[in-house]
Design a protein around this ligand. Structure first.
Ligand code: CP
Length: 294
């Protein structure tokens, strides 16, 4: 593993290696690395959990975190992402994490970088560390992927989480079904009938309605109408299997993708996903730095 930019770039063995190391770290604690390493988290799009869980993982590994805020950087003077990343490399960083609104921004970088790049999300493209923490959470609960029925419901075409999880979960042997409005289907086969899936799924993964990516699309769902057709209502939750779990990458639009009362309900893994993100990101960083030193 040289970089982590999308789920296609990881083999199944590498995914399982990350899960195993994250599991060890969760059980035994995150130990400091063999020396001080320097990292920066270059987030050009808003983030609460990805950025702060990377920073938590980095600090628990004993790394020095160099601050970066695009609004007070030379980005405002027109510096390109490429030049920003090469500048951080020249300053002496050992690793960078990047989130950027442009799909596949990493394609112009990886062939020119001597340090590992972790993609913290590219536009509507990929969110590989979210997928890895999602599959870790599923594996922690079920101990397997083979044969699990995973229903992913929501704003599929704008979701990097949907695309990353489609790749990883199908490759690991899960049966993935997409549920969404016709307008948000994107590249996948899908159904609009959530009710037909609800009693059959082992994992119900809800996706955030990404209002910020809908400019000009003229979609006309009221919150109530979306919730009624595509959301996890209290009534639908009653019909889930006893062992089924509810997931959402968050942030959540409360009362839209999921009823308020269900967010912290016993079946919900939403905060466990956030907790697991720290261990998964620590495991990824450790493996990338180890690979670079070998
Ligand atoms: N799930 C996720 O990527 O959340 P943030 O946008 O808060 O990082």
């Amino acid at each position: 593993m040289e970089h982590i930019v999308n789920m296609k770039s990881l083999t199944t063995e590498e995914m399982m290696k990350i899960i195993e190391l994250a599991r060890e770290m969760k059980a035994d604690g995150i130990r400091k690395l063999d020396r001080t390493y320097y990292v920066s988290n270059l987030f050009f799009e808003p983030s609460t959990r990805t950025k702060s869980s990377f920073e938590m993982a980095e600090r628990r590994l004993g790394m020095e975190v160099i601050p970066f805020a695009p609004e007070s950087s030379s980005t405002l003077k027109g510096e390109t992402l490429y030049d920003t990343v090469k500048t951080f490399e020249a300053i002496g960083l050992d690793l960078v994490v990047v989130r950027h609104p442009r799909d596949k921004y990493y394609e112009q970088l990886v062939d020119h970088m001597d340090i590992p790049l972790i993609n913290g999300g590219d536009g509507s493209g990929q969110h590989p560390t979210q997928s890895l923490l999602d599959i870790f959470t599923i594996y922690e609960h079920f101990g397997k992927f083979e044969g699990l029925n995973v229903t992913i419901a929501g704003d599929i075409s704008h979701s990097r989480v949907a695309k990353s999880n489609a790749e990883s979960l199908k490759r690991l042997g899960a049966n993935v079904t997409f549920v969404c409005p016709d307008e948000w289907a994107g590249e996948f086969d899908y159904t609009t009938d959530l009710d037909a899936q609800i009693e059959n799924c082992d994992v119900l993964m809800l996706l955030r309605v990404q209002h910020e990516r809908h400019d000009g699309e003229g979609l006309a769902f009221s919150k109530w109408e979306y919730h009624r057709q595509f959301g996890l209502t209290l009534e639908r939750a009653e019909r889930l299997q006893a062992h089924a779990i509810i997931m959402h990458p968050a942030p959540v639009n409360r009362g839209v993708e999921i009823a308020d009362e269900l967010i912290e309900s016993p079946k919900s893994k939403i905060l466990t996903q956030v907790e697991n993100g720290v261990y998964v990101r620590a495991a990824i960083i450790k493996l990338l730095l180890k690979g670079r030193n070998e």
